[in-house]
Design a protein around this ligand. Structure first.
Ligand SMILES: Cc1ncc(COP(=O)(O)O)c(C=O)c1O
Length: 438
């Protein structure tokens, strides 16, 4: 029996008549009887078409940081919607929102808005290539940077067994429909392995426009960088004249209001932000320093978008970032996240399960396998079957993480202490059952 109740199943059939597989984004499709249709969200919860309520740890794949339907954001958006949203000119709300974003991102001088993370990373790479006159981009295995052709290689959906020898990794296409020749412009390396990256840059560094990195692996178990790793990436880029691009689509305004710069003290040349910047509304940003922005200023490197800086997105961004700048929401996220990470880890140990809770309190995962896990290739040792069974049992009890452990649990400021207590209780019960059923 799938997750759908009677009404949800009806809605799913209705959805499937008009939306391919009943979804608008393939990651939302689980199976024909497990794909849920949501009626609404409230704080840290979502409610499906049967009225079933779930503590939501998917949070739309990360954007919800204040809580679903946050009142301050909703009223800022309503006001903006009524004022007209899209003009062929810069608008007041766009300037106000950009000022807030710049206040949060201490390392950056200027920015431009886009709507999605995909657009932001695409423009960041074009800016880096246009500015350096070089073509190659280096990315990490297991990292997802959106769906445009230049980054759909060796993402978290690549089978770890197909990545080639560790010291000679090959970019594995993550989708059909991408010209094979694009592969020539991308190099991949395992995360947290400095010698391999150094060797790559020693041989091809002068052709590398950008090193694109998620400062923690937000699409692969939330693996954190080793001590000093991010600093080392900065100096390698400087040595080889490549731009360091932080893809902070997931980490930005979540890990810390100032993003990875605040956590690691390292500034990128370009940063991309989306998701938590606007608590679920479509807004994204490409931030940079004056010198790099010169690439756009002087023309010749195309950047555009009809809806970039639209009134609804920027009103949401301003209201969200303003709240985050008070420090309160992320202090709450950290408290809840820490309690969950500690509690889940304790329960694993009590049940004698090999594994660990990986990541950061704002987004973490559960690795079920032997030994230490720090990069994508280690995920081959994760017991995905046990984890999925455990998650499906949790979801039936009203606690909803993503059943694929690559995708972290996300925490928002609206999650309550009762949510934490219920989650730990449900996790323990479900783990016991899943272990028995193994
Ligand atoms: C790190 C990272 N970059 C880029 C993207 C793409 O963002 P979007 O889905 O808004 O296009 C994602 C989406 O999950 C992401 O996690």
């Amino acid at each position: 029996m799938g997750l759908q109740g009677e009404r949800t199943a009806k809605w799913y059939r209705r959805a499937s008549e008009v939306l391919v597989n009943g979804v608008s984004s393939q990651f939302r499709y689980w199976s024909d009887d497990d794909t849920l249709v949501i009626d609404h969200g409230e704080g840290g919860h979502v409610v499906d078409m049967d009225g079933n309520r779930y503590i939501d740890y998917q949070l739309g794949f990360g954007p919800i940081i204040l809580g679903h339907g946050d009142e301050t954001v909703a009223s800022a958006v309503a006001e903006a919607a009524a004022a007209g949203t899209t003009f062929a000119m810069t608008q007041r709300r766009e300037v106000e929102a950009a000022e807030k974003v710049m206040e949060a991102l201490a390392w950056a001088d200027v920015m431009r808005f886009t709507n999605t993370g995909t657009e932001a990373t695409m423009h960041a790479l074009r800016l880096a290539r246009g500015l350096t006159g070089r073509d190659l981009v280096v990315k990490f295995e297991g990292a997802y940077h959106g769906v445009h052709d230049y980054v759909m290689f060796s993402t978290a959906s690549a089978p770890p067994g197909e990545l080639g020898p560790r010291d000679q990794p090959k970019p594995v296409l993550s989708s059909k429909g991408i010209p094979a020749a694009i592969q020539d412009y991308i190099r991949v390396v395992p995360f947290n392995d400095l010698p391999l990256l150094e060797a790559l840059l020693d041989s091809e560094g002068e052709r590398v426009a950008a090193l694109m990195v998620e400062p923690m692996m937000g699409n692969a178990f939330g693996f954190m960088p080793d001590e000093g790793y991010i600093e080392a990436l900065r100096s390698l880029c400087d040595r080889h004249g490549a731009l360091l691009v932080f893809d902070e689509v997931k980490t930005g305004f979540r890990m810390a209001v100032g993003g990875a710069y605040e956590v690691f003290g390292v500034a990128p040349d370009i940063g991309t932000y989306a998701k938590a910047i606007a608590n679920g509304f479509p807004a994204a940003a490409i931030a940079t320093r004056g010198q790099v922005a010169g690439g756009w200023r002087s023309g010749g490197i195309a950047q555009a978008g009809t809806y970039s800086g639209n009134g609804v997105g920027v009103a949401a961004a301003k209201a969200t970032v303003e709240r985050l700048l008070t420090g309160e929401p992320l202090a709450r996220v950290e408290k809840v996240g820490k309690a969950l990470m500690e509690g889940l880890g304790r329960i694993l140990a009590d049940h004698g399960v090999e594994g660990e809770v990986t990541g950061h309190p704002s987004m973490f995962s559960i690795f079920l396998g032997e030994g230490e896990a720090r990069e994508f290739r280690d995920t081959a040792r994760h017991d995905a079957k046990l984890y999925e069974d455990l998650c499906m049992r949790m979801i039936r009890r009203g606690v909803m993480p993503c059943p694929d452990a690559l995708e972290p649990w996300f925490v928002c400021a609206a999650h309550t202490d009762e949510d934490v207590a219920k989650t730990l209780e449900v996790f323990e019960k479900s783990l016991g059952e899943a272990l028995e059923a193994r």
